[in-house]
Design a protein around this ligand. Structure first.
Ligand code: AP5
Ligand code: MG
Length: 222
């Protein structure tokens, strides 16, 4: 297996970028956040446990995340290429992933850090609307759906995510600084990290991603 990792603060555009990469480059998109939200929706035991952490903006415990990832990766043929969005998120998760890849003869192609100033993050998160049916991501100002409240892709009703409220957003940004930013050094020392200025509009970010990753679509729509 080959893996691209998208690293970045809440609201930096990981999900949006992963959707673009998956569409352009034949990568399977894996978002641990989406997987936990689906487990919460289905009221599984893992979902109930994840909800206790996610609701307040904290991270789900590493062992639970890794168990879910191992199980998910076991579904696909060994040569699958993945784009990971939101995983790993702590240095112990990165070390567990390295161990898993060692066993499975997999490798990390690159780790893309989406760099966005913190004042922009809050605006992106408060204006985000998502489609729970198909996972499409919109923004009230930056990427509005054609019809307000309705998903362009599947016609589902758009919602605001439970953790996209002021207090939880602040907590998520703190947790990112405390627990996830250490991964920048982790991957820098392994010569895997590439930084992208992701503060511009989606079309600019996609063009830079396509250039860095040698994907076909330079000027693909956002
Ligand atoms: P997760 O779902 O991964 O959330 P997150 O990391 O907080 O990131 P977001 O999904 O909020 O933002 P994003 O970077 O994907 O941005 P998006 O593309 O949507 O995780 C949620 C929770 O699950 C965590 O808090 C934790 O509890 C738990 N969890 C998940 N993984 C875990 C793990 N590995 N370990 C432990 N716990 C875990 O874009 C945001 C908005 O901006 C959208 O409206 C979009 O339209 C807009 N936008 C995107 N790009 C641009 C652009 N270039 N210009 C303008 N607007 C843009
Ligand atoms: Mg996301």
């Amino acid at each position: 297996m080959e893996i691209l990792i998208l690293l970045g603060a809440p609201g930096s555009g990981k999900g949006t970028a992963a959707g673009f990469i998956a569409g352009q480059g034949g990568f399977t998109h894996i978002s641990t956040g989406d997987m936990f939200r689906e487990a919460i929706r289905r009221r599984t035991a893992a979902g109930r446990e994840a909800d206790r952490h996610m609701g307040g903006g904290d991270l789900v415990p590493d062992d639970m995340v890794m168990a879910m990832i191992r199980e998910r990766l076991s579904w696909d043929p060994p040569r699958t290429r993945y784009v990971f969005d939101g995983f790993p998120r702590t240095v112990p998760q990165a070390a567990l992933l390295d161990r898993h890849l060692g066993k499975e003869s997999g490798r990390i192609l690159a780790v893309i850090l989406l760099d966005v100033p913190s004042e922009v993050l809050a605006v992106r998160l408060t204006g985000r609307r998502v489609c729970p049916a198909c996972g499409a991501i919109f923004h009230t100002a930056n990427r509005p759906p054609r019809q307000e409240g309705v998903c362009d892709a599947c016609g589902g009703s758009l919602i605001r995510r439970d953790d996209d409220h002021e207090t939880t957003i602040r907590r998520r940004l703190d947790v990112y600084r405390q627990r996830t930013e250490g991964l920048v050094e982790y991957y820098e020392t392994r010569h895997l990290l590439r930084r992208i200025d992701a503060s511009g509009p989606p079309a600019d970010v996609h063009r830079d991603l396509a250039r860095h990753l040698d994907l076909p679509g330079e000027a693909a729509p956002c």
